[in-house]
Design a binder for this molecule. Structure first.
Ligand SMILES: Cc1ncc(COP(=O)(O)O)c(C=O)c1O
Length: 391
């Protein structure tokens, strides 16, 4: 038993997006395993820092204290071996916001922007909604895991794309890209003069046997064309504090990012976001070191349970994150009805695989960042629902 992660926390009592949707009238029994936040309380040091700040009682416009960048720098150095300077960092209200700023800052209307599908769905819509062209470089599924299709990437990079948005580690396929894979992407970026926005929001959530490689740290040439997005939000379960940083050593990239951010009206951080961000990176390491084996054991349970008891569902084994794809195509259902089937018959809400691209139609994405007993309850419901289907 883990006293921290097995604790029952009633999230229905808050304005949670994940739990609120599950609690619509008639849906009170639904187990929500969709949007990417975990059910765990944030590290005690974060809660305490927020409480202390709340006790002050005055919440005027904040400035960003020097300690904010210092702790981020320290974290990146200690956990990722990445040496950055404080003046390489720009505050952003979140990473989806940063992706919007980047698309507008680094490309012109009509330019091609490469994404590697299936991928976190805002990658697609930030490009579309800003009037740029989505260029898809589909990942290849070998039946076990997803791999990059570098030949396809090369041909599309050479065909007028200006920017690549990289997801590393990758949501939803759960890959922690290897150094070799990332080096190959880096070589292509240099060869074809691509800028790269590397969304590394899941960088801390990596399982044994895998190592997160910071893309920008691969070489000075790659570094100079890359803007990296990082945040403590996924790591410490504080995405609602809406505070992240963009990091670029190339002053022209950072300036273009900051100019676009200001044009978009974001000039000031938010009081609790700044406090939570700093407390997490300054004091959260031990909590994270306890979280990682818990998440990995959840992934193991998920894999074992499906293999032994629901073999028609195949887990795409994640190498990190708390999200994973389940291939449900062997159920024989219309792909468009698969997610509804789980909601209706198992009372479990997943994300529909189709959200991430056409390749994952007939798949669902499970969020296993929850207490183990709840995961087991969801799995038992799924087993019953699947067993009631014709063979
Ligand atoms: C790859 C990726 N990027 C960005 C985000 C969201 O970041 P933010 O809440 O900072 O906008 C998520 C959330 O699931 C994600 O998986």
């Amino acid at each position: 038993m883990s006293p921290i992660f097995d604790k029952v926390v009633d999230r229905g009592a808050t304005e949670s997006m994940k739990w609120g949707a599950a609690r619509r009238p008639g849906d009170e029994d639904v187990i929500p395993m969709w949007v990417a936040d975990m059910d765990f309380e944030a590290p005690p040091a974060v809660v305490e820092a927020l409480r202390r700040r709340a006790d002050h009682g005055v919440f005027g416009y904040p400035s960003v204290p020097p300690s904010f960048r210092q702790v981020a720098k320290g974290w990146l150095e200690r956990r990722h071996g990445w040496s950055v300077r404080e003046d390489w960092m720009a505050l952003t209200p979140g990473i989806v916001a940063a992706l919007n700023f980047c698309v507008r800052a680094f490309t012109k209307p009509g330019d091609g922007v490469l994404i590697q599908t299936p991928v976190y769905h805002p990658f697609d819509y930030v490009v579309e909604r800003n009037g740029r062209r989505v260029v898809r470089n589909p990942l290849r599924f070998d039946g076990r895991r997803y791999l990059m299709d570098l030949d396809d990437l090369r041909s599309k990079a050479g065909d007028g794309a200006r920017l690549l948005i990289l997801c590393s580690p990758h949501n939803p396929v759960g890959r922690v890209w290897t150094r070799d894979e990332l080096e190959a992407v880096g070589r292509l970026a240099v060869e074809h003069d691509l800028l790269v926005v590397s969304d590394e929001i899941h960088h801390d959530l990596v399982f044994r046997g895998h190592r997160h490689q910071v893309f920008a740290a691969l070489s000075p040439e790659i570094d100079s064309r890359t803007l990296t997005c990082v945040a403590p939000s996924k790591t410490f379960n504080i995405p609602g504090l809406s505070t992240a940083v963009a990091v670029a050593s190339n002053p022209a990239l950072l300036k273009a990012f900051e100019d676009e951010r200001e044009r978009s009206g974001f000039e000031i951080g938010q009081v609790f976001g700044l406090v939570g961000f700093e407390a997490a990176y300054a004091h959260g390491a031990d909590w994270l070191d306890s979280l990682l084996p818990y998440l990995e054991a959840n992934a193991d349970l998920l894999a074992r349970f499906l293999e032994e008891r629901v073999p028609r569902l195949r887990l795409v084994r994640p190498e990190g994150t708390y999200l994973a794809l389940i291939d449900a195509r062997a159920l024989g259902l219309e792909p468009a009805t698969v997610n509804d089937f789980f909601l209706r018959e198992a009372r479990v809400r997943f994300s529909d695989g189709a959200l991430f691209g056409p390749q994952t139609e007939g798949f669902v994405r499970v969020n296993f960042g929850c207490r183990r007993a709840l995961l087991l309850m969801a799995l038992e419901r799924i087993e019953r629902a699947v067993n009631a289907l014709p063979a």
